[in-house]
Design a protein around this ligand. Structure first.
Ligand code: NAD
Length: 370
């Protein structure tokens, strides 16, 4: 039996617990069939935690998150808690975890699975086989820079301002994540900023270039302005392997890229922190989608984004590439067999529930290990 891997599972609200339930079946399957034992803790976050404990995430849960190898997060929020002030909203759970665990690199893959090639709004010939990864810096830049605020001018009108700031250290650590990922993929990294009009963008370009020469000369590096990158992502997205960019540009470009794939219920993500001396990184994995209150409790949510988030966890926290690929392959084959949850329903396919989709993935896993 492989040594225990410590996970903290935080299902959250709405469809979070429903889709996480299906992932737990895959984890049980791995325990029994692959002899990989996970030491799993589960806890409350978001609205569920507000209801039970009065706060979106307790210090004890943050401490548990710090003590494990990886956190698998569901989603938080819903209309029940919408009237609470900003000081105690369910969403504070995820913001607190990102801050407390020092998670600075957000990884958003945009992969078009062949059975869903028609779900994209772009032509199949443009997106077929798409497999790109956007690394977004997620704790710095204009969303956090000082000074910020709204001031009243002498004539009584107002002026709002925010500041884009990046230090050498912040740029280097996220660029390293990009370079390391590129090495494990097609070995190409595109660094995106606006060095033509922003000093912080110019520094970004200089620091990435110097790091490339110093530590990653084997990786093919290119630079692109963010506006051009947005255009290129729609024109010819397959030209990219890994993109690394700032918080603001990453926010926009990763949402754009995710829609190349056409379906929110299919998209996983990871957020990574610094590696410690043993090489272990703090890490949190979650689907892109929220708690989907409009369909919560109906048993119709798509569990695949949460499953694929678990596959990312295996790949990036435990280096279990074969197992990650096995789960991804099982999801693709289930889709190829024509099963669909309502969000990705297509003519000629069979509409199934969350649970049936989960069962079908486990059946596919059974086939490969038979
Ligand atoms: P959402 O992602 O929850 O839902 C958007 C639409 O996509 C809805 O119609 C929903 O039914 C559908 N959808 C989403 N995931 C799906 C799935 N797995 N299967 C099938 N359909 C799916 O976004 P929203 O409606 O803007 O937000 C709802 C709540 O979720 C809000 O409280 C918001 O703050 C919260 N939220 C949380 C996170 C997070 O926990 N990280 C992220 C985004 C939104």
């Amino acid at each position: 039996m492989a040594s225990n891997k410590k996970l903290l599972v935080l299902p959250g609200d709405g469809i979070g617990p429903e889709v996480m339930g299906e992932v737990r079946r895959v984890i049980d399957w791995m325990d029994k069939r692959r002899h990989v034992s996970f030491d799993i803790g589960e806890d409350l976050v978001g609205g569920a935690s507000i209801d039970a404990r009065g706060i979106a995430i307790t210090e004890a849960v943050v401490e548990r998150a710090k003590s494990v190898d990886a956190v698998l997060f569901g989603s938080v929020g819903g209309p029940k808690w919408d009237t609470l002030g900003f000081a105690n909203r369910p969403e504070l759970a995820i913001l607190t975890l990102r801050k407390e665990l020092g998670l600075f690199a957000n990884l958003r893959p945009a992969t078009v699975l062949e059975p869903l090639v028609d779900a994209s709004t772009l032509k199949p010939e443009v997106v077929r086989g798409l497999d790109l990864m956007i690394v977004r810096e997620s704790t710095g830049g204009i969303y956090f820079g000082e000074p910020r605020g709204v001031e009243t001018l002498p004539d009584g009108s107002k002026r709002g301002f925010n500041t884009e700031t990046y230090s050498t250290m912040e740029i280097e650590r996220v660029a390293r994540v990009g370079f390391d990922l590129a090495r494990k993929r097609q070995n190409r990294l595109c660094s995106v900023e606006k060095a033509n009009v922003m000093e912080s963008g110019l520094l970004w370009r200089q620091v990435v270039t110097a790091l490339h020469q110093r530590e990653y000369p084997d990786v093919e590096l290119s630079h692109m302005y963010a506006d051009n990158c947005a255009m290129q992502l729609v024109r010819n997205p397959r030209q990219f392997d890994v993109i690394v960019t700032t918080n603001l540009f990453g926010d926009l470009l990763s949402d754009l890229a995710s829609m190349l794939t056409g379906s929110l219920g299919m998209l996983p993500s990871a957020t990574l922190g610094l590696a410690d001396e043993s090489g272990r990184r703090r890490a949190l994995y979650e689907p892109i989608h929220g708690s989907a209150p409009d369909i919560a409790g109906k048993g119709i949510a798509n569990p695949l984004a949460q499953m694929l988030s678990f596959a990312m966890l295996l790949r990036y926290s435990f280096d279990m590439e074969d197992d990650a690929a096995m789960i991804e392959g099982a999801c693709t084959r289930v889709l190829a067999s024509g099963l669909r949850t309502a969000d990705i329903m297509a003519p000629g396919c069979a509409r199934v529930s969350t649970h049936v989709m989960g069962e079908a993935v486990v059946r596919e896993l059974d086939k490969v290990s038979a």
